[in-house]
Ligand binder design. Structure first.
Ligand SMILES: N[C@@H](CCC(=O)N[C@@H](CS)C(=O)NCC(=O)O)C(=O)O
Length: 200
């Protein structure tokens, strides 16, 4: 398998998961600063010209959550996704989709308007709106994680790669300073050897 990857991007999610799985894979670096992701050869791999993408034989996949779900299902013996048709599988879908649809947007909104955009294009109102939305998400996740070490319970899963990775980003942006449960969760999941290997 080939993972089209750039450091400190959403490509860290499937890389972390591949390390958790302990299966062989090859990293194909995509240099965003050099615009490699917008070159025609790479646009054949990822039609939006973004990372990550995964090639597995004839299959080429994009969208980090889809890649993580595919990988977790490809190696069921590693138990990083609950069995299809079980209640735990329902909750697994819930948190995978929640990461992309509900957790990520306010963090991105705050990041864009505090770090990424040129100063003249930043909006204080957008930051405030993002912070209000993030507070609501933090309340829900904090309640969910108050009584269990991982988002599905006692067992680490690909959903923790998605949620833990996203909350790690939020933490670096200072958004978890008043969230002890979420801080402890981020430490728990990012202390894992697979996470450490994935970011080296
Ligand atoms: N929803 C996509 C987002 C992919 C994405 O936007 N990746 C960023 C890096 S985190 C990227 O490659 N940006 C370059 C660009 O879009 O020009 C996913 O989760 O895979």
């Amino acid at each position: 398998m080939k993972l089209y990857y750039a450091p400190q991007t959403r490509a860290g999610r499937p890389r972390w998961l591949l390390e958790e799985l302990g299966v062989p894979y090859e990293i194909v670096p995509v240099d965003l600063a050099q615009g490699e992701h917008k070159k025609p050869e790479y646009m054949k791999i990822h039609p939006h010209g973004a990372v990550p993408a995964l090639a597995d034989g004839d299959l080429v996949l994009f969208e980090s959550a889809a890649i993580c779900m595919y990988l977790a299902d490809k190696y069921p013996e590693k138990k990083l996704a609950p069995a299809v048709g079980t209640p735990a599988r329902g909750l697994y879908y819930q948190w995978m989709i929640y990461t992309m649809a509900t957790l990520e947007p306010p963090v991105v909104q705050i990041f864009l308007n505090t770090v990424m955009l040129p100063e003249a294009e930043r909006s204080a109102a957008a930051v405030e709106k993002g912070k209000t939305q993030f507070a609501e998400v933090a309340r829900v996740l904090s309640n969910a994680l108050a009584t269990r070490p991982y988002i599905l319970g006692e067992q680490f899963s690909a959903a923790d790669v998605m949620i833990g990775g996203m909350l790690g980003w939020a933490s670096m942006m200072g958004l978890l300073s008043d969230q002890p449960t979420l801080q402890a969760y981020v430490k728990r999941v990012t202390d894992r050897p697979a996470f450490q290997r994935a970011r080296s």
